[in-house]
Ligand binder design. Structure first.
Ligand SMILES: [Zn+2]
Length: 293
């Protein structure tokens, strides 16, 4: 547990933090952070605040963890995408030095500017809590990135609502979601999103850009690999099969630029990305009835 100096340092570093229950600002306390509005207190582990609306143990969070290990699989799949690195940099540039929360971020940090938020404490995670009840004040951060996470949460619409709530008016969001990907629970995998579903998920934001984050060839390679590996348990054999599939299918990439010209290319996409902006005027974003101080 941190002393109140440690808690003050946490709030100084992350001034946007808020009570995950009532969303009001937090105060330093001897054993962590305190919400003076609703009376809830929150522990910290070292300099990492643990901000769940109700008290949970880490064994509970591990049992329901949906965010961290899934990203490795999704990242491997999405590596085929051509826009991803550019999109992360674009978000950083749009946010121009403002706070950017990476929901489901960690252990890796996609950009040094990202503040990693995840369901369980682990290396590289700065803030711990539940994505469906973000521990941030209303309209308090400039950017949110949510990369290959929404398929692993029970209620992705609730998470998007929370992202909208914590963004400042005019703030930016960047999400990536899977479409034609194999089932990859870690431990849970609930959803896939079509291009229409992705837009519906982001309906509260004004679109800046959206597109495929994995072309048709990513879909073909991934699904052929997954199919052939179904009966295989041995890791070395699985890796051998994976390498062989990629070797044989790689030449097909030569047709990918022509395939990408089709207006129907989204029907076989591996996943989609969306870059959006919250309406600049607070009066146009009636997502929460409480006004921002
Ligand atoms: Zn509270």
């Amino acid at each position: 547990m941190e002393d109140s100096n440690g808690s003050s340092a946490i709030l100084e570093k992350y001034p946007f933090l808020g009570c995950p229950h009532c969303h009001h600002a937090l105060s330093p306390a001897d054993a962590g952070l305190l919400c003076e509005t609703c009376g809830r207190s929150f522990p910290s582990a070292g300099n990492v605040p643990i901000l769940f609306p109700e008290q949970v143990t880490f064994s509970q969070t591990a049992a329901t963890s949906h965010q961290q290990s899934a990203r490795g699989v999704a990242r491997r799949v999405l590596t085929y995408g051509r826009h991803l690195g550019n999109n992360h940099q674009r978000l950083v540039d749009l946010c121009a030095g403002g706070y950017i929360l990476s929901v489901g971020g960690g252990p890796q940090r996609d950009r040094p500017e990202y503040i990693n938020f995840n369901l369980a404490p682990m290396p590289g995670v700065d803030i711990v809590g539940d994505a469906a009840q973000l521990p941030c004040q209303d309209q308090s951060v400039t950017g949110v990135v949510c990369n290959a996470v929404l398929e692993h949460v029970r209620d992705p619409w609730k998470v998007m609502h929370e992202i909208h709530r914590v963004l400042k008016p005019g703030g930016f969001v960047y999400i990536e979601v899977p479409f034609l990907q194999h089932y990859h629970p870690s431990p849970e995998d609930f959803w896939r999103f079509t291009i229409q579903g992705t837009r519906e998920l982001c309906r509260d934001f004004t679109q800046i850009d959206s597109g495929l984050c994995g072309g048709p060839m990513s879909t073909v390679v991934e699904l052929v690999e997954s199919y052939l590996m179904l009966p295989l348990e041995n890791l070395r054999i699985r890796n051998l099969v994976k390498g062989t599939v990629r070797l044989f299918l790689y030449p097909l990439r030569i047709v990918e630029p022509f395939v990408m010209l089709s207006s129907k290319v989204h029907t076989v996409a591996n996943g989609f990305y969306f870059v959006g902006q919250k309406q600049p005027s607070p009066s146009l974003a009636p997502i929460d009835k409480r006004a921002n101080e």
